[in-house]
Write a protein that binds this ligand. Structure first.
Ligand SMILES: Nc1nc2c(c(=O)[nH]1)N[C@H]1C(S)=C(S)[C@@H](COP(=O)(O)O)O[C@H]1N2
Ligand SMILES: [Mo]
Length: 251
């Protein structure tokens, strides 16, 4: 995938810790960074061509879309920081990408929308026994990871969310095979409209080969980690920590 850094810069994307994305062009001339980039590209190839890593979830036509799409889990977010962003139409909101990455990022919605977009009509399967077909649009997670550049130790991505469910923070995690999968996107639109709050505004994960609870809504931060052991209860997700559902939720 060719990603235009210039477009991102125009859209106002800046790296965390004062590192401007425009610095990337200078950085990529350094041999150690080029070496790093090579490793990331190897990783990308391996994960995309890997054993069962590249099977696609079924995609549907417009006529097959569900007339109504149920919302489930948290339907609203009480957090005051989230409420302030909501009131501003998320114009000042930014997604943080950090942890085991060479270039931590703060990506405003405008930057996420300026990246190449993928639209897919897929079926959402909730473990509670309902399904719905909807259309989702957003950049591939792989494109964000190409910008942030995972360090070689990174094994999982943790999705931190703005909501509390039953009083505890909702979170989820996936491995790098799912992360680089072509249908894994960060959706800001559903059925052609910006996400409604109940469906995870302003940004949610779509990880189409996995059950509904893996599709983190209200995502605020993506953290690359070597192990899930140190994160909340250590089992990689809200329901996993609860002992309710398994970490691997492949359909
Ligand atoms: N942050 C957050 N993400 C979440 C949940 C939640 O409660 N909080 N519920 C999960 C579950 S169980 C499902 S089925 C889907 C529901 O997505 P929907 O509300 O868009 O149908 O979101 C998932 N992601
Ligand atoms: Mo669910």
């Amino acid at each position: 995938m060719i990603l235009s850094r210039r477009r991102l810069i125009q859209a106002g994307a800046v790296g965390a810790g004062g590192l401007l994305l425009s610095g990337c062009d200078r950085l990529t001339r350094k041999p150690e960074v080029l070496d790093f980039l090579g490793q990331a590209e190897d990783l990308h190839r391996v994960t995309q061509r890997g054993l069962a890593g590249d099977a696609l979830a079924r995609e549907f036509s417009e006529s097959q879309m569900s007339p109504t799409f149920r919302a489930n889990g948290s339907l609203a977010v009480a957090d005051p920081v989230y409420r302030a962003h909501f009131a501003q139409g998320f114009s000042q909101w930014a997604l943080r990408v950090d942890g085991l990455v060479a270039h931590p990022l703060m990506l405003p919605l405008s930057a996420l929308k300026a990246m190449p977009q993928r639209t897919q009509i897929t079926r959402h399967d909730c473990v509670e026994g309902w399904s719905a077909i909807g259309k989702w649009t957003g950049p591939r997670l792989a494109a964000l990871l190409d910008l942030a550049r995972l360090r070689p130790e990174a094994r999982y991505l943790v999705f931190h969310c703005a909501d509390l469910y039953g009083g505890r923070p909702y979170y989820e995690s996936i491995d790098l095979v799912e992360a680089f999968h072509p249908q894994t996107i960060l959706a800001w639109a559903m059925n052609g409209q910006p996400l409604e709050e109940q469906h995870g505004a302003p940004l949610r994960l779509r990880v189409e080969r996995q059950l509904g609870y893996k599709h983190a809504k209200f995502v605020t931060r993506i953290e690359a980690v070597a192990s899930l052991a140190g994160i909340y209860g250590g089992k990689g997700g809200y329901w996993e920590d609860n002992g309710r559902y398994a970490w691997y939720a492949g359909i």
